[in-house]
Design a protein around this ligand. Structure first.
Ligand SMILES: [Fe+2]
Length: 414
């Protein structure tokens, strides 16, 4: 008897086709993301991969292993029958901050771990890559939604570490008097053209956050309303030329421009310019991924802390936008260089959106427990991997941090 299009057998066949297509898609995504990490690390020697230049930064080798541990711990252990841990000593070394996942090595001492060496980490990655591929290929219809959900988090997690790998090694290279070059062929992003100046953001009750399908981190939810005042936002990022004017006007020597904690940081850290700027032959230069270059006046300023962004806004007689103002402006298409050059400091503290609750279990530690004492940055940077940015994405750092590719755009109230 011929099968009708709606018979249970054909429905089962269609479901298998859907699962097979999902398997292919996730295998492809997994291979691409894992390869990008290795592509970024390939510019670095085994010696480069060990160094940890400050407590906030991690060695390249640690990043490569930690993202692998994440898949091993949250995906393979619970979901791949018969999976054997690559090395029983690794979870202690490569757990970052997941208290529920067990004890861990002290973060400031990651740079002291010479063994496992870089080759051992390469073998660890290969072991986990093969196991994840096996899991994807053998997953049942019933287990697929949860497995693909954790896999997706793991991929976005690895992309976050791809950015940190770059910012951390640049910080390490900045401590080296020989000015190492990460990638001799590196070129800065071209700043957006078009008229500068301020544009009005639609005022009123406006919704922000992640809505509907597609991936987001839990901190982007719930989608909710915010009140936007009558205000205008700068189309462009603040440039190095504008920052030079701040320096020349004595910005770093004028306590009245600074928050109290900011002024303390200026004095303790002897800040006189953005991170990685140095005077050479009477002119400002900056260490980039392509080596030391003269500061380009037209390029957006990078490597500034929240304290510096806030002081600059005060100096300019302006403000920083809130994250809601930034998001509404970005959704309206008002912003040049919203993505791909500099994370942009906002004046918003990193807090839960109304009604936010972190998930139960270890993965609930991903974002929620950091929602105090940090400030939100929006957009994405030149180090953000392709496809990782979102209009609702919330990055966050302590206000003194400036080793990220962080800049600012201004706002004014009318
Ligand atoms: Fe991590």
């Amino acid at each position: 008897m011929a099968r009708s299009a709606t018979s249970p057998v054909s429905q089962q066949g269609a479901a298998t086709d859907v699962l097979d297509a999902a398997r292919l898609r996730w295998c492809d995504a997994f291979v691409r993301v894992r390869a990008e990490t290795e592509r970024r690390a390939a510019h670095l020697s085994a010696e480069d991969q060990i160094v940890q230049s400050m407590a906030d930064a991690s060695p390249t080798k640690w990043h490569r292993a930690h993202v692998t541990w994440f898949f091993e711990t949250f995906l393979l252990g619970p979901h791949l029958a018969g999976y054997t841990t690559f090395d029983e000593r690794f979870p202690f070394l490569f757990n970052s901050y997941y208290v529920a996942a067990g004890p861990r090595h002290a973060r400031p001492q990651r740079g002291l771990i010479t063994r496992p060496n870089a080759d051992d980490v390469t073998a660890y990655r290969a072991h986990v890559d093969a196991a994840v591929t096996r899991l994807i290929e053998s997953i049942t219809q019933a287990d697929a939604p949860r497995v693909f959900e954790i896999l997706e988090i793991g991929l976005h997690h690895e992309q976050q570490h791809q950015e940190l790998l770059i910012t951390d090694i640049l910080h390490a290279f900045a401590q080296n008097p020989t000015d190492p070059v990460y990638d001799a062929g590196w070129q800065p992003p071209k700043p957006a053209a078009g008229p500068r100046g301020f544009v009005a953001v639609p005022p009123g009750i406006m919704a922000i956050g992640h809505e509907g399908g597609g991936f987001c981190f839990d901190n982007e939810r719930p989608f909710h309303d915010e009140l936007i005042a009558n205000m205008r936002i700068a189309r462009h990022l603040v440039s190095n030329a504008e920052w030079l004017a701040f320096i020349e006007a004595g910005g770093y020597r004028t306590p009245s421009l600074w928050l109290s904690d900011g002024w303390t940081a200026v004095q303790n850290e002897s800040w006189q310019a953005p991170g990685y700027w140095r005077q050479k032959d009477g002119a400002w230069h900056v260490l980039t991924l392509g080596g030391v270059n003269p500061v380009d006046p037209a390029a957006p300023v990078l490597h500034i802390s929240y304290y510096e962004a806030e002081a600059f806004a005060r100096f300019a007689g302006k403000h920083l936008p809130s994250e809601a103002e930034w998001e509404v402006a970005a959704r309206t298409g008002l912003l040049a260089d919203a993505f791909g050059t500099a994370w942009q400091w906002t004046r918003s503290a990193y807090l839960p959106y109304p009604g936010y609750r972190a998930a139960e279990g270890a993965l609930g530690e991903y974002n929620g427990k950091f929602m105090v004492s940090q400030m939100v940055l929006r957009g994405s940077s030149l180090a953000t991997p392709e496809g990782h940015e979102r209009v609702s994405y919330r990055n966050f750092f302590y206000p003194s941090a400036r080793w990220q590719f962080s800049g600012l755009r201004l706002a004014e109230f009318v």
